[in-house]
Each structure stands twice: as C-alpha cells, then as structure tokens.
Design a protein around this ligand. Structure first.
Ligand SMILES: Cc1ncc(COP(=O)(O)O)c(C=O)c1O
Length: 367
C-alpha cells in the first residue's frame, strides 16, 4: 500500500544542498571542516549553553555524556521505562545499572514522585528524556538532584527547542544529548550533539569522541571512540538550524490542528502542562481501548496513513527483564493504547483533519 502520509519526512528545502555541495567541491567530507565548528557554535547559541560538541548520533551523545560524568559499574542511574531504548542502553554501555521509574498519565513524562522512591546509596545520576517533545518537571528534578547530590543528564533527542518556564531544554542538567536522526526536529541524516556549560565536561567529551587523543599527535593516553560527526552532516545541520523556527512553528501548528480535530472525541492527545513550550516532535494519541489499536493502525495503513506504536516499556524487553519485577501501570497503559501520528512539517491542516477524522470515525464506530 502506498504511504500518502508518512509519520515523518524531513524538509530539506533551505541551504542543505548548497552547503553539502560546498563540502563535495571543497573535498572536506570527513570530520574536519568549517561546517563542524559552525554548527557547534550556532547550536550552542540556539540552546544557550556555553559549549556544544557534535557527534555521529544521539545514542553516542548519551554514552559520552555518561562517560564524561564518570558514571561506572556499581552506579545506578534512574530512567523512565517509557522511553526510547537508547536512553537505557547508554547506561548499560558504561556498566551502570538502569533503575526504572513510571511516567505521568497526563504528559507521559518521568514521574518525579517515583524517582524519589528509587534513590539508593548507589544512585549517581538521573537520565531524563523529554518524551515526544514535552519537557519533564525540571524544578522537582533539580531539587531532587541537589538534595541527593546527583548528576542530571538530559536526553533532548526529541525536544530540540522545547522550553520549561521559558528556558530551553538542555540547559537544566549537567550535560545534555541531542539527536539529529532523519525524523528529528532538525536532522543531519545521522548525527547528535552534546551540550554543557562545563568546560571540564566538554573537554572530556571531545577527547573521548576522538579516540582518547592526548595533546600529542597520534599519542593516545586512554581508550576512546570515533564518535565524530562528518562535515557533510554538519553542513546539513547548519542549513536546518537556519530554518528551525519555521520547522517548530509548523510542528506547533500541526499539534493544535490535531487538538482541535480531537476535541470532544474519545481520542486523547498527549497532555500538556501550562508552563512548557512543547515542540511536538511527534503528535501522539491514546485510543480508549488497547484491543483496537492494531486494527486501527491496519485500517489507517490501508488508507495510506502511516502510524507507529508508542514505545514499549523498556523493562519488558529481554535484556532488562531481570532487573525488576515491578509493574509500571502508566507506562504499560500509554504504551498499549498509544500511536504516533504523521507529524512532518509539510503536513497541512486539511491533511491533519482528514487523518484525525479517519481515526475518530473508526474508533467511534462509523468507519
Ligand atoms: C529519547 C531518545 N533518546 C536517544 C535517541 C537516540 O538518537 P539516535 O537515533 O540519533 O542515536 C533517540 C532517537 O532516536 C530518542 O528518541
């Protein structure tokens, strides 16, 4: 079946081609070149952090963030079970143990009351993903971190440009990770960024992403990684950043069109707090009954409307299943009833209305 409405499709209609062509013509196609530093400086400026270091994807950005904070075997890191797998895997990469918490029924973000219950003498950090673009409750998290002397890592992969009380996400924690995968708010194909206000942390990140290189050429004094971004990716990133306000405005427009179309229906759009700016990485809804989700997705698929299931709780996956017997009722509920809807910036309001009405008609029994 042809997909008329994909869940995501980036818009690359600015200077992307021009800057990539410049990389090819100048032969600066690897991880050195002017677009790397340009992208890092401009991204740090956009997020309002002192430093930004580009990397080859968001997963390694999280890995480097945890390495820079010296999180290691024996340490525990608190993370929601309702997140993308990379948030949890990064904790495992450094040998630490993920400790899962449930999510809030309204916003689907990390439940800070559950965080408080999970703190142990081994807890070293909280890794907070801002799921689908909605910020977590940062005042409470910062308070918990300062009371218990915990480090805070923000996973901003899905929340580029989102704000909590007029402050941009990625500026609250000790360090933050971003993703520029093809479906992210701005993309570089594959790519990521680590941001922080700490000179010490950014120096660790830069060294570790560059093979543990010392100040001497070809002399490595620790085992590092090659996690660098290419100049070509950075060139796309610079062009995307030039249009980020426009892209985010479209995402907010699409979300409010969905909200309007689902008003007074049985379909619940992800809820929102008043003191946040949600940039709606993905518009997502819950349907009343988990039993009908797959049938709805199949029905929409036949109409050329692509959807995705919401994330499965990570603690239910076999790699992590032995860590806990706990049930996480909110994560289980939203995961079983939720779908991501087409959310690409070029989607117009008439398309949104068509998609929303197709869902409502099916669920309310007229479809
Ligand atoms: C919450 C979250 N964290 C981390 C990542 C990892 O980013 P990447 O796919 O660029 O490795 C993603 C996205 O894919 C994500 O959604």
């Amino acid at each position: 079946m042809e997909i008329n409405y994909p869940v995501y499709r980036p818009t690359l209609k600015g200077n992307e081609l021009k800057y990539v062509t410049d990389c090819i013509e100048s032969t600066w196609i690897s991880s050195k070149g002017k677009y790397i530093s340009d992208f890092e400086v401009k991204f740090a400026g956009y997020i309002h952090t002192a430093y930004a270091s580009s990397v080859c994807n968001g997963t390694v950005a999280l890995h480097l963030a945890l390495l820079a904070l010296d999180i290691k075997p024996g340490d525990e890191v608190i993370v929601p079970t309702f997140t993308y797998i990379a948030s949890v895997n990064a904790i495992t990469y450094v040998g630490a143990t993920p400790v899962f918490v449930d999510s809030l029924p309204l916003t689907w973000q990390m439940d800070c009351e559950d965080v408080k219950l999970k703190i142990s003498p081994k807890t070293k950090a909280i890794l907070v993903p801002h799921i689908y673009g909605h910020p977590c409750e940062m005042d409470t998290l910062l308070d918990i971190c300062s009371r218990h002397q915990l480090r805070l890592v923000e996973d901003c992969a899905e929340a580029i440009g989102s704000q909590y009380k007029n402050k941009v996400m990625g500026t609250f924690g000790d360090i933050a990770a971003f993703s520029f995968f093809g479906n992210k708010t701005i993309t570089t194909g594959e790519g990521g960024m680590v941001t922080t206000n700490s000179k010490e942390l950014i120096e660790r990140v830069k060294k570790l992403k560059n093979q543990g290189l010392s100040n001497l050429e070809y002399w490595h004094d620790e085992i590092g990684y090659n996690y660098r971004m290419t100049n070509i990716s950075a060139a796309i990133g610079v062009a995307q950043l030039e249009r980020i306000d426009e892209i985010i405005a479209d995402k907010i427009r699409i979300a409010s069109a969905y909200r309007k179309a689902f008003e007074n229906t049985a379909i619940e759009l992800q809820g929102e707090e008043v003191h946040v700016l949600n940039t709606y990485w993905m518009c997502s809804v819950l349907i009343p009954s988990a039993d009908r989700r797959d049938a709805l997705r199949a029905h929409l698929g036949k109409m050329g409307i692509e959807t995705r299931p919401l994330f499965y709780p990570v603690h239910t996956m076999k790699m992590y299943a032995d860590l806990t017997d706990e049930k996480f009722p909110v994560a289980a509920d939203i995961s079983s009833r939720g779908i991501n809807l087409p959310s690409y910036p070029d989607l117009n309001d008439a398309d949104v209305s068509f998609i929303a009405h197709s869902i409502v008609n099916f669920i309310e029994g007229n479809g």
